[in-house]
Design a protein around this ligand. Structure first.
Ligand SMILES: Cc1cc2nc3c(=O)[nH]c(=O)nc-3n(C[C@H](O)[C@H](O)[C@H](O)COP(=O)(O)OP(=O)(O)OC[C@H]3O[C@@H](n4cnc5c(N)ncnc54)[C@H](O)[C@@H]3O)c2cc1C
Length: 397
């Protein structure tokens, strides 16, 4: 059996790993010219953590992971006004939590791919023809490729989804924010933000910083805007949205890289009535994006890939496997989307009054019962969907 996976991001690489392990011929198409080096910090727990453990990847991920002590909200003068301890949050998920840079997570997934995965960079799909029992794809280099199954793992703006299910506007739910992320070098900011996630304590727009072990700083910025349209010049848009922030923000803005090295997008979710049509299916942000504010998209990408591969392995037919995949994962993804919409309400306060309210709430979060409430609302419900499938699967490594 042959599968073509479109997208060598977190979901696509995890799926390639698992399907090759189960003996499929695997081709992965990635539009980028090579592995990504830019990125942002990801909290990784829940179904993705369970799946990484089942795939034998946890030791490699722990090696590249970071230990963040606290998220701290800092005012214009550099004073910490509120904080949220990661240890407390970790306890809620039984300490099954890693903080990873996105390129490091992708690197571990890619370098641990089993032999025989055909990974093609600078390649994408321009056409999909559904045939009896399979698909025939037209690629950007003009060639064609036949497979038993096509999986779109090509992110929130998925091309596979557009070609097989229709225009993006039918599925995209804009949450009212834009997000930007980039990496830069500044020894002063790195020293200020090492081992803590420092966030400006501001309404309407905020920048967060984390000092990396190689001396770089990762920044993740988010601002409210009613307009979902993306700006033509993202470098200028970042300056315009965050130029009024104080503390280390003006220095960080001076370090903005060229536009192609800035991640910039809408904060949105993808909601679809069905994830599969005939021999085309979707995984990760392409079909159930929960948004960056939910802090669980990468985890759901790896977890979803694992569930898809395991259900295909167990089912009597591809069609039945796709059905079981959606039945098992849809309730989990929908619950995380709900948690993501809730987080969006407090993640970035709309006014100075809401900033003060958040300070009070985070002070209360030091009380154990309230802390459990906050942590549970961020993490959402725990689920055994991956663990159940992992227990039933025989070890193959
Ligand atoms: C700032 C920020 C912070 C985040 N924090 C967290 C967090 O703390 N925890 C967490 O779990 N998640 C977090 N997320 C979300 C997480 O990054 C995404 O949910 C996750 O990357 C989705 O993985 P994916 O593989 O499905 O899609 P993507 O990561 O978008 O990967 C898609 C891949 O497909 C490729 N591609 C796209 N189009 C095509 C095409 N036409 N042909 C071929 N290839 C194509 C892309 O180049 C890319 O490699 C965060 C996101 C952001 C932006």
């Amino acid at each position: 059996m042959k599968v073509v996976i479109c997208g060598a991001g977190i979901s696509g690489l995890a799926l390639a790993h698992r399907m090759r392990t189960h003996g499929w011929d695997v081709v992965v198409l990635e539009k980028a010219p090579g592995p990504r080096t830019q990125g942002y910090m990801i909290d990784f727990f829940g179904v993705g953590y369970d799946a990484a453990e089942a795939m034998g990847l946890l030791p490699a991920l722990e090696e590249v992971g970071y230990r963040i002590a606290e998220a701290q909200y800092v005012d214009d003068g550099g004073r910490v006004r509120a904080s949220l301890g990661f240890a407390q949050f970790g306890a809620t998920v039984n300490d099954r939590l890693l903080s990873l840079m996105r390129p490091d997570l992708e690197d571990v997934l890619r370098t641990h791919l089993p032999d025989g995965v055909d990974l093609r960079f600078a390649t994408s799909i321009t056409g999909i023809a559904q045939e009896t029992g399979g698909v025939r794809l037209t690629l950007t280099d003009g060639s064609t490729l036949a497979a038993d199954l096509l999986v779109g793992a090509d992110g929130i703006h998925s091309t596979v989804r557009r070609l097989a299910f229709g225009e993006e506007r039918q599925f995209l739910r804009y949450l009212g924010f834009h997000v930007a992320a980039y990496l830069f070098r500044d020894p002063l900011i790195e020293a200020e933000t090492r081992d803590r996630y420092a966030i400006t304590d501001t309404p309407g727009s905020q920048m967060g910083f984390y000092g990396l072990r190689d001396g770089r700083v990762a920044t993740f910025a988010v601002h409210r805007t009613p307009d979902p349209a993306l700006p033509a010049d993202v470098r200028a848009a970042v300056q315009a949205a965050y130029g009024s922030l104080g503390w280390i923000a003006p220095r960080a803005l001076q370090h903005r890289p060229p536009p192609e090295d800035i991640y910039y997008d809408q904060v949105a979710q993808i909601v679809m009535p069905r994830w599969s049509t005939n021999r085309v299916t979707l995984v990760g942000d392409a079909c159930y994006a929960v948004s960056p504010l939910a802090g669980q998209g990468a985890s759901l990408g790896v977890g979803g890939a694992f569930v898809l591969a395991e259900e295909l392995e167990r089912a009597p037919s591809i069609e039945a496997g796709l059905e079981h995949y959606e039945q098992a994962l849809r309730p989990v993804a929908e619950e995380k989307q709900q948690a993501g919409r809730q987080t969006a309400r407090w993640f970035l306060p709309a006014s100075q009054r809401q900033v003060r309210l958040r300070r009070v709430a985070l002070a209360l979060a030091r009380l154990p019962w309230f802390n459990r409430l906050v942590a549970t609302s961020i993490a959402g419900k725990q689920t055994a969907v991956v663990a159940r499938l992992a227990r039933r699967s025989s070890p193959t490594w």
